[in-house]
Design a protein. Structure first.
Length: 519
């Protein structure tokens, strides 16, 4: 079935002027998926096959280097209630994978109506917001680059962050807001405002947790600076080499902590004391990766006292805050934009009792035949279950997308994009592989398996996150839960009680009743 998504041997992920990611795929996707299901070499590890090519004639690009997937603390998620925990290693998605996936998916701003919280210890730091980029008095070439990217006005977080970021004397900042709200653009703009291309040495240093995330930032930097003649960017990432004693004459370094530490302290390719802007992006991902925290501290300690220090994160828990406090110790302005709350308002919730997997499938078929469903997401406990269901539904003529955490990240992004574009109307997924994705046009969510935590307790937070995506923007949504036995009925009752919202019983054979829920 995946052949339908990827008809060619090569999947092109990017075709920007700067970089082209190209991955060689197996000729036979069916074989690949079978191997994957048998637990042979995971597709994720095949991201090793990725190659990045510099497009000649562009400045600031990376030279060809092999991409190696970071082996970081992959999160694991338990399988469904019918599976013992040791069978639950179905899907593993790391925080850096989720971050990259979000970057690949966010082609435009995520709007967030939540209130911005600003905290500042130093009352002299500026605090006003700007409604236009002109008001920031940017260099004309930079302003041109910003407009060329289609940015007409600052995003919500940029409105408040940019005046602080561009103030003189420079202010330190810790900023948290969900992915897609404009953080990268804000700090890239800051680096480009402060970099002086007439001085032939690195003045801005940006740390990202992984190779791929560093390249994403580099891409934005190159694009935004395309009218700034002479401005040079260097990637300090695995595979890039500097000769011992060789001095960098580029203005901005974007890299991962390990390589930057080597370049700064071992090879002395640049003088870290001359860095004017230090950015640490994706702090929450950074701390999930072994060694990155210590390397970041080491670099931070090498900076001069008047260097502007900035830290960005999509989440803001105590471990991120502790890290942030050490990286940015001096009077940072702290900006937080909370995620908009998900709610069960506007969502009709139902449950259907079934005795077996096959019965669940038949009930699902009845639903799809009785009501006209715009787009729907179906959540399964395990990858195996998701594949089984995808096959059955495809057999019934449904255009189905199957999202599995084992697939390489760019394939997952492609599957999600296809679903967003309406090319598939049904997206079947496991809990883990759906993390971090927002598909707003979904009208029906089906819990083929109810969500459970790793220790097999009802997972109310995940339930809300799965279902909460249907009833957005005042639209009505439908949630259908399959219950197969005593334990899952208890899970359902727990969730019902937790949210204080009724989950009504639906008879899978009563087509009239099913038709009514769709009206
Ligand atoms: N002021 C703006 N106007 C229009 N689009 C914008 C603006 N700022 C950023 N964008 C676009 O919105 C998307 C998200 O922005 P950005 O990548 O800066 O967000 P982020 O918070 O850093 O999220 P992520 O960490 O996922 O990259 C990008 O496609 C970016 O080009």
């Amino acid at each position: 079935m995946l052949c339908a998504f990827l008809g060619t041997n090569f999947l092109y992920i990017y075709a920007t002027p700067l970089l082209i990611f190209k991955t060689k795929m197996s000729d036979d996707w069916g074989d690949l998926i079978t191997k994957q299901e048998k637990g042979e070499k995971s597709l994720t590890t095949q991201i090793d096959d990725l190659r990045i090519h510099k497009d000649e004639g562009q400045s600031g690009g990376a030279s060809p280097v092999a991409v190696k997937q970071t082996q970081d603390n992959a999160e694991q998620q338990g399988a469904g209630e019918n599976k013992p925990p040791d069978e639950s290693t179905d899907d593993k998605v790391s925080k850096s994978d989720i971050s990259l996936l979000q970057k690949l998916l966010h082609s435009k701003l995520v709007h967030n109506k939540a209130d911005l919280e600003v905290l500042r210890k130093d009352p002299t730091s500026p605090l006003h917001s700007v409604k236009s980029f002109e008001a920031l008095h940017l260099k004309p070439q930079l302003l041109k680059g910003v407009y060329d990217m289609g940015f007409n006005a600052p995003s919500k977080i940029q409105e408040t962050a940019l005046p602080v970021l561009l103030a003189d004397p420079p202010c330190n900042m810790i900023a948290q807001s969900q992915s897609g709200t404009g953080k990268t653009a804000a700090f890239v703009l800051t680096m480009l405002s402060r970099a002086d291309s007439s001085k032939p040495y690195p003045q801005c240093l940006c740390l990202a947790p992984t190779y791929e995330l560093a390249l994403q930032i580099g891409q934005v930097t190159s694009e935004m600076s395309k009218h700034m003649e002479g401005l040079q960017i260097t990637y300090a990432v695995r595979g890039e080499r500097v000769a011992r004693g060789e001095k960098l004459n580029s203005h901005i370094i974007i890299g991962t902590p390990g390589t930057v530490v080597d370049w700064a302290f071992k090879f002395r390719s640049f003088d870290i004391r001359l860095i004017r802007v230090f950015v640490l992006d994706e702090a929450d991902v950074m701390i999930s990766l072994q060694g990155h925290q210590d390397q970041s501290y080491r670099l931070q300690r090498g900076l001069s006292a008047d260097c502007q220090m900035l830290l960005f994160s999509a989440t803001y828990d105590s471990s991120v805050m502790e890290f942030a406090g050490k990286i940015i110790p001096n009077d940072p302005v702290i900006i937080k934009l909370r995620r908009e709350e998900e709610s069960l308002d506007n969502i009709k919730q139902y449950y259907i009792e079934c005795n077996s997997q096959q019965e669940k499938f038949e009930a699902l078929s009845n639903i799809y035949s009785a009501i006209s469903i715009g787009q729907s997401m179906i959540f399964c406990a395990t990858r195996k279950m998701a594949s089984w269901l995808a096959e059955k539904m495809t057999g019934e003529g449904h255009a189905v997308g199957l999202l599995s955490g084992e697939l390489p990240i760019e394939m997952r992004a492609d599957i999600i994009k296809r679903f967003r574009d309406g090319k598939e109307k049904v997206l079947i997924t496991t809990n883990v592989s759906a993390r971090g994705i927002d598909v707003e046009q979904v009208t029906v969510v089906v819990n083929f398996d109810l969500p459970l935590t790793l220790d097999h307790k009802p997972d109310c937070e995940t339930y809300l996150h799965r279902i909460g995506r249907t009833g957005r923007f005042g639209k009505n949504g439908i949630a259908i839960n399959f219950v197969d036995g005593h334990r899952s009925m208890n899970t359902l009752r727990f969730i019902e009680k937790h949210f204080g919202r009724q989950i009504s019983k639906l008879d899978a054979d009563d087509l009239d009743a099913i038709e009514k829920i769709g009206s």
